[in-house]
Write a protein that binds this ligand. Structure first.
Ligand code: ADP
Ligand code: MG
Length: 293
């Protein structure tokens, strides 16, 4: 299992079918450049979504009528105590979990179609790299599955690795890297095919604080540069406040959204911001929201 949700054969078929269609259309119509597909109004739209996990004794209501719309370019943190349904919500958006009721759209498509169209990248809590592939080969894999040329795969993978500060590590194997470096490889891999939407499930949860700070800073800079939509699950108040333009607080039994905080902090951030009164005020508001379950 690698850190991207993929359905290789079906996805490849769809991609090549699309290419064929495009070729046919271009061949028989006026030579007008095809416009890029317009950015949908919502990157993610979740409406009254519920998830019930069946169980022999009592079914678990993991999500109860969750409403959440995310516009392109937002950095949204999902925060809440363990078991409140953060991972379930992310998995629903990623087409890894079916909903029991409600509706979900990702970039204007069903989560399933968004997955086939590779509209998003997904970074799991554990890096989930293939140990027998080098760092470079791990990052190249989803690009190869997409059917891109070997030169293209290599160039994109090298570029993404340098963006996460891993130039020089291309030939190493995952087990030769630290946990933080492995997670950066996962991020490079998830970003390689330029998804509009990046979903991350506690990607830095298992790391020491110093490494986590550094990766938070790198992720923040990455978002600054590219303004991709990010949905980021975390347990950490400081991480949520530092990274996000919006913080969504969840509460368990049943999993639901109890607060939606728009960050008043400036978009450009550095770690020193965490010592400012503005930062502490947001952290305080968030702590209160988490305490008042
Ligand atoms: P979080 O990520 O916020 O810790 P999860 O989304 O993993 O929470 O889980 C929400 C609830 O659903 C929890 O009570 C958990 O035990 C339950 N749950 C998660 N996955 C399953 C599953 N596959 N089968 C049954 N219950 C599950
Ligand atoms: Mg979880």
């Amino acid at each position: 299992m690698f850190g991207l949700t993929t359905a290789p054969p079906a996805g490849m078929k769809l991609a090549s079918m699309r290419q064929n269609k495009l070729t046919v259309r271009l061949a028989f119509s006026h030579p007008v450049p095809t416009p890029l597909s317009p950015e949908p109004e919502f990157a993610v739209a979740v409406r009254r979504a519920s998830v019930v996990y069946p169980a022999a004794d009592a079914p678990v209501r993991a999500l109860s009528e969750v409403d959440l719309t995310i516009t392109p370019g937002e950095f949204v943190a999902l925060i809440g105590p363990s078991g409140c349904g953060k991972t379930t919500l992310l998995r629903v958006i990623a087409d890894l979990e079916p909903i029991s009721a409600g509706e979900v759209l990702v970039n204007g498509m069903s989560p399933h179609d968004a997955r086939l169209a590779r509209a998003y990248g997904y970074v799991f809590q554990a890096p989930a790299l293939f140990p027998w592939r080098t760092v470079l080969a791990n990052v190249m894999l989803p690009l190869q599955i997409q059917g891109r040329s070997p030169q293209d795969c290599r160039a994109v993978a090298l570029e993404q690795l340098s963006r996460v500060g891993l130039q020089g590590f291309e030939g190493r194997y995952p087990w030769q890297l630290s946990g933080g470096q492995q997670q950066r490889v996962s991020i490079a891999r998830a970003l390689g095919f330029e998804p509009r939407l990046l979903m991350m499930d506690e990607p830095f949860g298992a790391l020491d604080e110093i490494t986590r700070d550094r990766l938070n800073e790198q992720l923040q800079q990455l978002w600054q540069r590219e303004k991709r939509t990010v949905v980021f699950v975390t347990h950490s108040i400081a991480e949520a406040v530092y990274l996000s333009t919006r913080i969504v607080v969840m509460s368990p039994r049943p999993g639901r959204i109890v607060k939606d905080i728009r960050s008043p902090l400036p978009e450009t951030r550095h770690l020193g911001l965490r010592d400012t009164p503005e930062f502490m005020a947001v952290a305080h508001e968030l702590r209160e929201a988490l305490g008042h379950d």
